[in-house]
Design a protein around this ligand. Structure first.
Ligand SMILES: Nc1ncnc2c1ncn2[C@@H]1O[C@H](COP(=O)(O)OP(=O)(O)OP(=O)(O)O)[C@@H](O)[C@H]1O
Length: 724
């Protein structure tokens, strides 16, 4: 060890010891105070503060901090070393901070400072604070032991900002079956998103592996810290593509000390709001259809039901139908409960149009009918003759029931169903509006509705109707909404979520190059951005990819180039080199044996990590799984509906691997018929390739897919791989 490094290590060792001793003392002191359970409010508040401190001290103890920044604030005598950790830690006997929470304003310097001798600044609650950074140091502490000290900037030494050696060290590690926090290595472009103001709809276009999911989770932790008086964890929600994906990301928030944030899929959330009145058609069947190959390949254009019903035009159409219903729902006639009593139609209409206008439609109906009942009761009191009164009461009751029947009550589903039912000819829907719906969509929706079945694209329209019918109660409005894999969301889905989200506070993250569900998702971020006012939306791009080696990223970029006439912006890798991508000619009957062999070789390596074999269809995965099992090679089969990702060796349809990552990936059947030179297949293969962290092998039978056939360069290896 060089002497400078040695002294730095020694200095940090001493500092760590003293911090841990102090934390220990503090924790013991807090534990000695018996928990307060009495009725005094002030005591209760103090107890809850103590409890939070006990909890964060205990959580911080094994790894109290990960970074140090020496900052000389303008006007102060000397630089102060700031230690930054996952949790802020105070001294035992004073509120002085020994460790600063990574979310605190001053900690932003640690992330935004990328070198240079110029003044640096951060935004504090009192305004901009300027100063000079003297040292930026990363520290790896595990179970209270100092493992590593890496300086990424030292003003005193000749070396200016060095390449982020520490980041490379972290990225080179193998991953297990869960996504992890990145507090110690958040990059400046990620930090800007994490710390962006709350009341904005942020749309983030990020290449594969740029940290979108991770950034979204850190942003939630930041918002909870920074806006603690305005937001609650229980009122924040994450929408993710599947339950398995939710399981995969489930470790990050607890690592950041955050709990209780709602995590769901759009389908689960919608079905619950619709009180399970409808069933979702088998999602696996839908995926099988949209990802089939050969002569059955479906066309994914704007006429696909998902694109059609997910559009804002369809939302506008539905809104018109609801407006028409609103106009025509009230029976036109006067209400005549018995002879000589009359409630004029105009009065009923006035109650409906003026007095209860602010109420949602079904509530309005209830209110008007209840008022008619009260009116009738009052009228009855004016009738003196007892025998007549009895008779009128009966008659009036019957007539009110008849009136009520004329005023049809709908649930969101019965209303929606009627819109597509040619036989019902809903009176409130003008003929030209009925004709606007393409016949194929009308008949398939009507047929499914007969079985109370809907597709994913019907959920947003149903929720839209629900909102007009019963409104949205306070507890269903979120303080902040995260939409991950947002390229698969339709504008209508986002519009519905906007109704449920306060102040347009959104983090919408996705990658159009991974838009493999083009039959339902957006094709341009402007489709979503245009929904929010210009001054309350933000658009960010993340172009650096942290997941995969340079070789894998360059290769995946080439795949996109071969599938698009105008390829999207390429991902920029961090400088982390690994094995070249291997293209292996092996197919047909020999393939399973070849894969089994490669899996066995992988397993025999020390610290082998996770491996995924990605195939084009579910059917192919099932077949390969059985063949491998017969060859004595066990693997987890992941198919639609899966709730958990267990790690190890998995066989996954490529479209289900989106969002996940594996140390090693084998893509099989990368042949011309499985992956054609089209944007759709290029996106699918791109998703497959970018799942790999360290190693990627593609297997093809006779000829490679045109998406990879011509890829040459240092990052791809053909002959050598075939010989392996
Ligand atoms: N600043 C960082 N420091 C260390 N690791 C990082 C950083 N940013 C991202 N990563 C790692 O890169 C990988 C990809 O992150 P993540 O899954 O959040 O990306 P993504 O953009 O959502 O990917 P995709 O769109 O491909 O699903 C993860 O292993 C994550 O831990």
């Amino acid at each position: 060890m060089e002497s400078g490094l040695q002294s730095a290590y020694q200095e940090e060792l001493e500092r760590l010891e003293s911090t841990i001793t102090e934390m220990d003392t503090h924790l013991k002191m807090l534990k000695e105070i018996p928990p307060y359970t009495g009725p005094d409010l002030t005591e209760q508040v103090l107890e809850s503060i103590r409890e939070t401190k006990r909890h964060s001290l205990a959580q911080a103890m094994p790894e109290p901090y990960f970074g140090r920044l020496d900052f000389h604030e303008a006007g102060k005598k000397e630089p102060t070393p700031l230690y930054i950790g996952k949790f802020g830690v105070e001294k035992a006997d004073s509120p002085e901070l020994m460790v600063i929470d990574w979310r605190a304003p001053v900690a932003s310097l640690f992330y935004s400072f990328t070198g240079g001798t110029d003044a640096a600044s951060y935004l504090s609650p009192d305004g901009v604070i300027e100063g000079l950074v003297y040292l930026k140091r990363n520290l790896v502490i595990r179970k209270q032991l100092l493992k590593r000290v890496v300086d990424t900037f030292d003003r005193e030494s000749d070396s200016m900002a060095v390449t982020d050696e520490f980041l490379l060290y972290r990225l080179g590690e193998n991953k297990d079956n869960k996504l992890r926090d990145i507090v110690s290595t958040i990059q400046a472009e990620q930090d800007a998103i994490i710390r962006a103001a709350k009341n904005n709809a942020l749309v983030i276009q990020g290449v594969a592996g740029s940290g979108k999911t991770t950034v979204a989770l850190h942003r939630l932790a930041f918002l909870l810290y920074h806006y603690r008086d305005q937001v609650k964890a229980e009122k924040m929600i994450i929408f993710a593509p599947s339950r398995m994906f939710l399981d995969y990301i489930s470790g990050v928030l607890p690592e950041l000390g955050v709990g209780h944030i709602q995590q769901t899929t759009f389908a689960d959330w919608s079905l619950e709001l619709l009180e399970n009145e409808v069933k979702l058609a088998d999602p696996a069947e839908r995926l099988r259809y949209w990802f089939s190959i050969g002569p059955n390949r479906p066309v994914m254009d704007d006429s696909a039901p998902g694109r059609f019903k997910g559009s804002l035009q369809f939302q506008a159409w539905l809104e018109r139908a609801l407006d028409a219903y609103e106009q025509q729902a009230v029976p036109q006639a006067d209400f005549l409960p018995w002879e000589r009593a009359k409630l004029p139609a105009a009065t009923i209409r006035e109650w409906y149009d003026v007095e209860y206008k602010h109420e949602p439609l079904m509530k309005r109906r209830e209110r008007v009918l209840a008022r008619m009942k009260r009116w009738m009761e009052m009228e009855l009191e004016k009738v003196w003759e007892v025998h007549l009164r009895k008779d009128y009461k009966k008659k009036g009751g019957e007539r009110l029931r008849a009136y009520t029947k004329q005023w049809t009550a709908y649930t969101p589903f019965t209303f929606y169903k009627e819109l597509f039912d040619a036989a019902a000819r809903p009176p409130f829907l003008p003929a030209e509006a009925q004709a606007w719906i393409p016949e194929a969509i009308r008949t398939s929706t009507a047929a499914a509705a007969k079985k109370k079945q809907v597709q994913t694209e019907d959920l947003a329209p149903l929720l839209h109707i629900r909102q007009r019918f019963v409104g949205i109660h306070g507890e269903l409005r979120f303080d902040h909404t995260v939409i991950d894999e947002a390229q698969d969301f339709s504008p209508f889905q986002v519009a519905v979520l906007a109704l449920h989200t306060k102040n347009g506070s959104f983090s919408i993250l996705g990658d159009l190059s991974q838009g493999i569900h083009a039959y339902q998702g957006v094709q341009d971020w402007n489709e979503l951005l245009s929904m929010f006012a210009e001054d309350s939306r933000g658009y960010f791009t993340l172009n650096r990819s942290y997941r995969s080696t340079m070789e894998i990223i360059y290769f995946a970029n080439e795949v996109l180039k071969h599938g698009f006439a105008e390829p999207p912006a390429p991902a920029v890798p961090v400088f982390r080199s690994g094995e070249p991508v291997a293209l292996v000619q092996a197919g047909g009957a020999a393939l399973a044996a070849r894969i089994a062999e490669a899996v066995a070789a992988h397993r025999s390596r020390e610290g082998a990590g996770t491996l995924a074999v990605l195939a084009r269809t579910e059917e192919r995965c099932r077949k390969l799984h059985a063949e491998l099992a017969a060859a004595g090679c066990e693997a987890n089969l992941i198919v639609p509906g899966q709730q958990q990702y267990r790690g190890g060796v998995s066989i996954v349809p490529v479209y289900m691997a989106k969002g996940l990552e594996f140390d090693t990936v084998f893509l099989i059947d990368v042949d011309p018929d499985h992956y054609t030179a089209t944007p759709q297949d290029a996106k699918l293969l791109y998703v497959g390739c970018t799942r790999a962290l360290h190693e990627l092998k593609l297997f093809y039978s006779d000829q490679p897919s045109p998406l990879i056939a011509e890829i040459e360069g240092d990052f791809a290896e053909r002959a050598a791989a075939a010989a392996k």
